[in-house]
Design a protein around this ligand. Structure first.
Ligand SMILES: [Zn+2]
Length: 130
């Protein structure tokens, strides 16, 4: 199928329109669907991935995103933030012996954090920033 990719500006406009029309949107899938619906008013062949929509929404300052997460059994490893794709940094604690231990990781971009067991995002709530 001949998918076409919209520009960042077009996606941001669609995010604005979706939030204006629907207010608080309490799932990532629904948010993406509504943003996609706005985009397809302009071009029915537009397609864009959920992570790209979420990353743009986060960096735009237009949206407040609240995230719920559950703890998994997997060990957390250093790496990119699963929410926004930004860099994570270690959360350290001092030990009584004067060293430090890593307690988890935190994203500077969006505030996502995880302990030593990986926290997996399960639900995103999108609301317009007032
Ligand atoms: Zn992040």
């Amino acid at each position: 199928m001949p998918y076409r990719k919209p520009s960042d500006t077009e996606i941001l406009d669609a995010i604005k329109d979706a939030l204006r029309r629907h207010g608080i949107i309490n799932s990532q899938r629904k948010f993406s669907e509504l943003v996609m619906r706005e985009l397809r008013r302009h071009d029915p062949d537009y397609s864009v991935s959920e992570p790209r929509i979420r990353r743009l929404a986060l960096s735009s300052g237009l949206v407040t995103i609240e995230m719920r997460a559950r703890e998994s059994d997997e060990k957390t490893s250093a790496g990119l933030c699963p929410v926004c794709g930004g860099r994570t940094e270690k959360i350290r604690n001092l030990t009584v012996y004067g060293g430090t231990v890593t307690r988890g990781y935190r994203c500077k971009g969006c505030g996502y954090w995880t302990g030593l067991k990986r926290r997996v995002p399960t639900l995103y709530i999108f609301s317009p920033k007032s």
